[in-house]
Design a protein. Structure first.
Length: 115
C-alpha cells in the first residue's frame, strides 16, 4: 500500500473511531500534533490517551479533500474538518492542512497547518 492509500485508510478508520487500527499504522515513537491542547504527543500510548480525552468532549470528523505525496515520505493532506460538541452543536467547520511523515509504511510524524 502506498502512502496515499495508507492515509485514506487512516482517515476512514479515525472517523470510525477504530483507535487500535489507526495506531497500528503509526511508528511506535510517533510524534503527533495535539490540535486540542497544543504541542505534540509522543508515542502510540500518548496518542491513544489524547484521542480518548478529545472524544470525551468533542466529536471531530476529518474528510481528506486532496492528498499529495512529495515522494520523500512527506504527504500533505487538505482536510475538511468538522467538530461538534457531544450534543451535536457545531463548534468548527474549516479547512486545514495535515502534514505527515511516512517511512516504511508507518506514520512517523503528524503536524497541522492553517490553509
Amino acid at each position: 500500500m502506498d502512502d496515499v492509500e495508507l492515509l485514506k485508510r487512516v482517515y476512514a478508520l479515525f472517523n470510525g473511531r477504530d483507535i487500535e487500527s489507526v495506531l497500528a499504522a503509526m511508528h511506535p515513537e510517533v510524534v503527533w500534533a495535539n490540535g486540542m491542547e497544543g504541542g505534540h504527543v509522543h508515542g502510540r500510548d500518548e496518542v491513544r490517551s489524547y484521542w480518548k480525552r478529545q472524544w470525551a468532549i468533542v466529536d471531530p470528523h476529518v474528510e481528506p479533500i486532496e492528498i499529495s505525496s512529495k515522494g520523500t515520505g512527506e504527504v500533505v493532506v487538505k482536510v475538511h474538518q468538522v467538530v461538534r460538541d457531544l450534543t451535536g452543536k457545531l463548534l468548527a467547520d474549516r479547512l486545514v492542512i495535515h502534514v505527515f511523515q511516512v517511512r516504511n509504511g508507518l506514520i512517523e510524524r503528524f503536524d497541522i497547518r492553517d490553509v
